[in-house]
Design a protein. Structure first.
Length: 128
């Protein structure tokens, strides 16, 4: 059900030190920074990210965090997004769609739930 987890940080070097040690205890490699300044860990098919919040506000236990849900395809992501908006959620970020980054192409759809929690539907299309 989940594709990834993201937490916010006001001090990425401090967070890197902490999470490198934390995940090393699980046999994972140290995190790496991508071209957007996100600290990314991958291990056993999962992804964990540490980021400075996109909105420029300080990171808190909620700001900067994203809960990611794995979906089967773009159509399911679109249906998820539409259902969320219809049920009282708020569309955020860019419209649902395909985005490319250092990890390849991803189909993403973002919402905030009625309490403001940031959610993402994520589909990883097969690589060409």
């Amino acid at each position: 059900m989940f594709s990834h987890m993201t937490v916010g940080s006001n001090d990425l070097p401090r967070s890197r030190h902490f999470y490198d040690a934390l995940f090393a205890a699980l046999g994972a490699r140290p995190g790496r920074l991508d071209d957007k300044g996100r600290l990314i860990y991958t291990h056993a098919g999962s992804m964990f990210l540490v980021v400075a919040p996109i909105d420029g506000q300080p990171a808190t236990h909620g700001n900067g965090g994203t809960i990611g849900f794995a979906v089967a395809d773009a159509e399911q992501a679109d249906a998820w997004h539409a259902a969320g908006v219809a049920a009282g959620g708020t569309a955020i970020e860019d419209a649902p769609g395909l985005r490319s980054n250092a990890f390849g192409s991803l189909y993403l759809a973002y919402l905030r739930d009625p309490d403001g929690n940031k959610l993402c539907a994520l589909h990883r299309p097969p690589r060409d």
